[in-house]
Design a protein around this ligand. Structure first.
Ligand SMILES: [Zn+2]
Length: 136
């Protein structure tokens, strides 16, 4: 396991506090976990907060998983109670993910977009194609 994939707990917790302050949400709970049923590297629910697997996930550093899971927290925080669907990867989730990436990453294209859910990758590609080309 490389340091890219797992960090001491205070590092993700500091990142989550920073995100929560920026977006005005409660700070989600956080825990590294050794094993989870299923094969997802990260989990989010509104009670436990964010869980990240300590087992190696090649090519997906923990920060990217943390980013995805925080976007679930942000979506959850913004959705009225009667509409809440915490595991949904819909449009609201995509917007929350883009905002989280733009806040955390100096270059948002370095987020692991290719490992995202197919629909998310499509929306991201469309968004990128609509951006005006940067002048040199
Ligand atoms: Zn998800």
């Amino acid at each position: 396991m490389t340091s890219e994939q797992i960090a001491p707990p205070h590092i993700p917790i500091a990142a989550l506090r920073k995100l929560a302050r920026h977006f005005g949400t409660p700070v989600p709970g956080f825990k590294w976990v050794d094993q989870l049923s299923g094969d997802t590297p990260g989990r989010y629910n509104e009670i436990d907060g964010i869980r990240l697997l300590t087992s190696p996930v090649p090519a997906v550093p923990y920060r990217d998983t943390l980013t995805h899971e925080f976007a679930h927290h942000l979506t959850w925080s913004r959705t009225p109670p009667f509409q809440k669907e915490p595991r949904s990867h819909g449009r609201e989730f995509f917007e929350a993910l883009v905002q989280t990436v733009e806040f955390l990453y100096e270059d948002p294209s370095t987020y692991v977009w290719l490992y995202e859910i197919e629909q998310i990758v499509r929306w991201w590609n469309v968004r990128q194609s609509r951006k005006p080309a940067k002048s040199a």
